[in-house]
Design a protein around this ligand. Structure first.
Ligand SMILES: Nc1nc2c(ncn2[C@@H]2O[C@H](COP(=O)(O)OP(=O)(O)OP(=O)(O)O)[C@@H](O)[C@H]2O)c(=O)[nH]1
Ligand SMILES: [Mg+2]
Length: 314
């Protein structure tokens, strides 16, 4: 039997590749996905009892794809990429110091319904900012195992491997739903002959965003009838605003309602000298005075101190 596959996804710069490298070591290969110029990074990770294949998916802020290469993350996760079955589980990497923005994409991925583990990374950066995230509360909210890690310091890896192992050995599909009405409509349309064999997630993304690559693909593969049906459904689901804007509004409303239970902000740790300089130079008045001082010194140096300087050099 081939090894179970786990896709590593998340916003850009959250530490996915650092985690992927630490978990797979040298047992990885780089290839290219068919049809798009995106590198494919696959490696083998040894968990407690089994070995799994990890796929390092390029970072993305949203599942709203506007080009074939952006569509890659969706196709990988839905098993829509030729030659690739859907992964057995997903590892979402979150930047703990930037939870609000990271939860947008995480909520979209969780709605795909795959068994999911969440790595709460950058816990050291969050700590320096005086931010602490409650992993228990986050786990309850997302309905997924949340493991605190620090990828660069290899902290939390035993617990992470354990969680990945359970996600594969006894998979529990994620059940988070923030847009149940859109889901229900998409499911209904999968049975509509106008949509041929288009998948639920593609239809859902095309419903939400009519400029998306998912919508373009449905148009080219299923034709104009399908698009007309999508437009009517969009108008019914969100009569006052485009459904894409409604998606952002609903997701952030959900996130903002939960954030106070998830994040605690202590007084930031004592400021470093560099932070104090940064703050002074970014201040409207102090920053302007600093700029004037630097420019005046340069001006003075060029016009009044030039002779002395040249003599000193001679
Ligand atoms: N302080 C700190 N830095 C980290 C941590 N994890 C990763 N980094 C750093 O964050 C930067 C980005 O890490 P990557 O692993 O390249 O992030 P990525 O998610 O793969 O980024 P993309 O591939 O661009 O989406 C690197 O400089 C890492 O060394 C962490 O837990 N703490
Ligand atoms: Mg990377």
């Amino acid at each position: 039997m081939s090894q179970p596959r786990i896709a590593v996804v998340g916003n850009p710069n959250t530490g996915k590749s650092t985690l992927f490298n630490a978990l797979t070591g040298l047992r990885q290969k780089v290839g290219n996905y068919p049809g798009v110029t995106v590198e494919e990074h696959v490696g083998t990770a040894k968990l407690a009892q089994i070995e799994v294949q990890l796929v390092d998916v390029p970072g993305t802020y949203s599942l709203a794809a506007h080009s074939p290469d952006e569509m890659l993350a969706i196709d990988l996760l839905t098993g829509n990429l030729s030659g690739y079955a859907a992964p057995n589980a997903v590892l979402i990497v979150l930047d703990a110091s930037n939870l609000r923005r990271n939860l947008f994409f995480a909520s979209q991925v969780l709605e795909l319904g795959l068994p999911t583990v969440v790595a709460l990374n950058m816990t050291d950066v969050a700590r320096d900012k005086g931010v602490s995230v409650n992993p228990q509360a986050l786990s309850e909210l997302l309905g997924a195992n949340v493991i605190e890690v620090c990828a660069t310091k290899l902290e939390g890896f035993d617990a992470l491997k354990q969680a990945l192992q359970s996600a594969v050995a006894s998979p529990q599909p994620s059940s988070l739903q923030i847009m149940p009405d859109v889901r229900a409509k998409a499911l209904e349309l999968t049975a509509d002959a106008n949509f041929g064999n288009a998948g639920r997630v593609d239809i859902e993304r095309a419903l939400i965003d009519s400029d998306s690559y998912a919508a373009q693909r449905i148009q080219s593969q299923q034709g104009d009838n399908a698009i007309a049906i999508l437009q009517q459904a969009q108008a019914e689901l969100s009569p006052n605003a485009p459904l894409g804007a409604e998606e952002a509004r609903r997701r952030y409303q959900w996130i903002d309602a939960q954030l106070p239970n998830l994040v605690e902000k202590a007084e930031a740790s004592p400021k470093k000298l560099g932070d104090l300089f940064d703050r002074a130079l970014a201040h409207p008045l102090l920053g302007t005075l600093g700029f004037v001082f630097v420019m005046a010194t340069v001006f003075q140096a060029v016009f009044a101190w030039d002779v002395q300087m040249m003599e000193a050099i001679d």
